[in-house]
Design a protein around this ligand. Structure first.
Ligand code: COA
Length: 333
């Protein structure tokens, strides 16, 4: 009898740049204060990548370099590298390609995937299908964003939220029933105008006017995004638990996208999960878009045990949203 192949995360690594942008420092840039930012978002500081010509692939390559080392994997063993990002170094070549170049992965499939803050979950689901089909044996999924490249540091409603970072996981076949068990992915283009970077693409190519109008920066209707996020992230987490017959007691950790602590709390409440079971690093990194979930896994790796049930949940621009149910596949050394 052939055994069912599932896709398991067999290693995780993260990278955040050294420069720490604190709430106090933001107080000097815009009319805001630490108390407002902390109580409304849960964020205390975020990391910023400095250095001319350094883009998202720099962050991703650092995370992947460490992942290969940690998992004793040679670059030539990798079959596919997917990079989820909304801040690619260039429109082309893709950032996955550039990451491969930096870490010595050659003649391998690589592509970027764009689904904003749900990018990592979409990339993980894509990689899962390749592993389950038997097509590929070792896939790296990277979530990386240099959000500081598209943030307007004169806009107090957005500049307090975002930071730079990258996380990467290695995905391999598993025949013990561990790894990704189920996922739900959704999108709704009606959210387009609520959260977007309008300029710089093919609809509004960069001109002096688009720059003057600041169309190359993130624009967000905070409250409508908040409302949509609170219901949809909780809905999709509850839905995946229900259809897999899980209760809050069965879950070792919720791994939520780190956009706003209040959205995370609402999701945990709906799932009937106490805060000790919620991965949280928003206070240190802010919203790193595609990187938040792998960065959480990296931060909490030592607390995870083989067989632990995890629910990953994300929400982002588009709108896009989704959840993943996985069984953690290893005990860390
Ligand atoms: C952006 C966000 C933190 C704003 O919080 P909020 O509680 O909705 O605040 P509001 O937009 O209602 O603004 C309340 C007041 O605070 C002010 N304000 C906004 N940003 C501020 C800041 N950084 N510092 C101080 N005051 C600020 C507003 O101007 C407004 O003032 P007013 O009442 O005089 O008009 C919140 O809407 C949010 O997190 N939205 C979702 C964002 C998100 O998750 N994005 C990523 C999706 S992946």
């Amino acid at each position: 009898m052939t055994q069912k192949i599932s896709a398991a995360i067999t290693g995780v690594n993260g990278y955040v740049p050294d420069y720490v942008l604190t709430n106090q420092e933001l107080e000097k840039l815009v009319d805001t204060n630490d108390e407002w930012i902390t109580s409304r978002t849960g964020i205390k500081e975020r990391r910023i990548l400095k250095g001319e010509g350094l883009g998202t692939s720099y962050l991703g390559a650092k995370a992947v370099e460490g992942l290969l080392e940690k998992t004793n994997t040679k670059p030539e063993e990798i079959d596919l590298l997917i990079c989820a990002t909304v801040t690619p170094d260039y429109f082309f070549p893709n950032s996955a390609n550039l990451i491969c170049k930096s870490v010595g992965i050659r003649a391998t499939a690589s592509f970027d995937l764009s689904a904003a803050c749900s990018g990592f979950l979409n990339a993980l689901a894509t990689a899962t299908a390749f592993i389950e089909s038997g097509r590929f044996k070792k896939i790296i999924v990277v979530g990386a964003d240099k959000m500081s490249a598209i943030v307007d540091y004169t806009d107090r409603t957005t500049c307090i939220l975002f930071g730079d970072g990258a996380g990467a996981v290695l995905l391999e076949p598993n025949t013990e029933g561990l790894g990704v068990q189920d996922f739900i992915l959704k999108s709704d283009g009606d959210g387009c105008e609520s959260l977007m970077q309008k300029g710089g693409g093919s609809a509004y190519p960069p001109t002096h006017e688009t720059i003057d109008q600041k169309l190359h920066y993130i624009r967000q209707e905070g409250q409508s995004v908040f409302k949509f996020a609170v219901t949809r992230m909780a809905d999709v987490s509850a839905e995946i638990m229900e259809r897999n017959h899980l209760t809050g007691d069965d879950i070792a950790f919720l791994v939520p996208h780190q956009a706003n602590k209040r959205i995370i709390d609402a999701t945990a409440n709906r799932m009937n999960i106490g805060e000790e079971k919620v991965m949280l690093n928003i206070q240190r990194y802010g919203n790193t878009t595609a990187a938040t979930i792998p960065l959480c896994l990296w931060d909490y790796e030592k607390q995870l045990k083989k067989g632990d049930n995890l629910i990953l949940a994300a929400f982002g621009g588009g709108f896009t949203w989704g959840s993943t149910y996985l069984k953690w596949a290893y005990n860390s050394k």
